[in-house]
Design a protein around this ligand. Structure first.
Ligand SMILES: [Zn+2]
Length: 421
């Protein structure tokens, strides 16, 4: 994966430095949530559930135009840090009063526009969200924007599929087992529109979700999903934080991908996922990916760092997921990310998306092929990425986006507008 000079000859443009990597995939993003940071949601105590109330407040203030301005800047920042593709998991569909937008996919089109403007590739995941909890609990008023009838979801999917191209793929997403019933998932998956597409779902992020699943279904979330739908390599399970030993074994034998979001999971106090149990010894087909989720951190290196450090803190030893050095973890995250985005390859086979690292960055000073991945993961910060080729075009030069100033000004306006409402 790390393109040494001999491999770099295959790239469409000669690298200036010896250190090139395939672009990374951000496998789980809710771009609107970036606005929570400037709105002060980092202050005070509470837990996941009180944070969710603040997030709902924001979700009910955001409109398509503001979303596009904020998203284009966030995506440009992701590019500067080495992500060249994002899986955007989006569930704001209706207007805050519950009526349908015109067109119904207006918010999703705003995201497509933002991705085009920034240059990042996108697997757009329109999310089906129908219930307020297990047992078809009614939605709360603040969840009204998320709701879609199955027929509405199907129409929206068809409209988005018509937009697909080299930098845009459409996937399927179910918010969670709380929000979508298994028979509803089965129906969506039976549609010809769903065939061959990546499928994403949040799972087992919080102990309360596991407890409620046990009450309603007499089994745990991962057990339930595998008993009823037999997820295969098209599936990405987001978080998978609270698992039983049996669920870990089920996942290890599967070809799904787990998308860990270490910065958000830490921020929300979700708990540390059993990543060591899932990935060592290496399973045959289970994939590992990383996501920025609530967008506090837009750097793949920092997500990987906290994924590994979290496991070290659990076990009191070093090199848990990176026993043979960081390169194994980096390779796994690249391959798993591209799989989560709906590609069959491992990243190395996408010469149109690659990044070139700066040998001048403090973290990479005196890097060698043997130490590069560790230097990136454990010390990489803004500036380690010098150039980014996205979709075969040179987009990021000297670590900066060509439209950085305009995008930042628009994002600033969007954030001020949201704070004022
Ligand atoms: Zn999420």
């Amino acid at each position: 994966m790390i393109a040494w000079p001999e491999d770099a000859a295959k790239l469409p443009s000669a690298p200036a430095s010896g250190f090139c990597l395939p672009g990374l995939v951000n496998a789980h993003s809710h771009v609107f949530q970036r606005a929570l940071l400037a709105a002060g949601a980092g202050r005070g105590g509470g837990d996941f559930w009180s944070w969710r109330e603040a997030m709902y407040g924001l979700a009910n203030r955001i409109e398509a135009e503001v979303l596009a301005d904020l998203a284009a800047w966030v995506y440009a920042e992701m590019l500067c840090n080495g992500y060249t593709w994002v899986c955007e998991f989006h569930y704001l569909h209706r207007r805050p009063d519950g009526s349908l937008d015109e067109p119904p996919e207006a918010m999703l089109r705003a995201l497509i526009e933002a991705a085009r403007r920034s240059g990042i590739g996108m697997t757009l995941l329109p999310v089906l969200y129908r219930h307020g909890g297990f047992g078809r609990r009614p939605l709360a008023p603040e969840q009204r924007r998320f709701f879609l009838e199955l027929a509405e979801y199907r129409e929206l999917l068809a409209a988005l599929i018509a937009e697909e191209g080299p930098r845009l793929r459409i996937g399927i997403a179910f918010h969670s087992l709380r929000a979508v019933e298994l028979d509803e998932m089965a129906e969506v998956l039976s549609w010809p529109e769903s065939e061959g597409r990546p499928i994403h779902i949040h799972i087992a992020e919080q102990p309360r979700e596991v407890e409620e699943c046990l009450v309603h279904h007499r089994c745990r979330p991962v057990e339930l999903l595998f008993a009823r739908l037999a997820p295969d390599r098209r599936w990405t399970l987001v978080h998978a934080t609270h698992l039983s030993a049996a669920e870990i074994e089920t996942l290890r034998a599967s070809a799904c991908t787990i998308a860990f979001c270490p910065s958000t999971e830490a921020d929300l106090g979700d708990g540390l996922p059993p990543a060591a149990e899932l990935f060592s010894p290496p399973p045959t087909a289970l994939g590992l990916a990383i996501g920025s989720d609530s967008e506090l951190v837009l750097s793949p290196w920092e997500e990987l760092r906290w994924l590994e450090w979290g496991q070290r803190l659990r076990f009191g030893r070093r090199g848990v997921l990176s026993a043979q050095g960081g390169e194994g973890l980096l390779r796994r995250a690249v391959a798993g990310g591209w799989r989560a985005a709906g590609f069959s390859g491992h990243g190395e086979d996408r010469p149109e998306d690659w990044i070139e690292l700066s040998e001048e960055a403090p973290a990479l000073l005196e890097a060698s092929p043997e130490t590069l991945a560790d230097q990136l993961i454990f010390s990489g910060e803004r500036g380690v990425v010098a150039r980014v080729f996205a979709g075969g075009k040179l987009l990021i030069r000297q670590g900066s986006h060509p439209e950085a100033a305009a995008l930042q000004a628009e994002a600033r306006r969007a954030l001020r507008f949201l704070r004022s409402r």
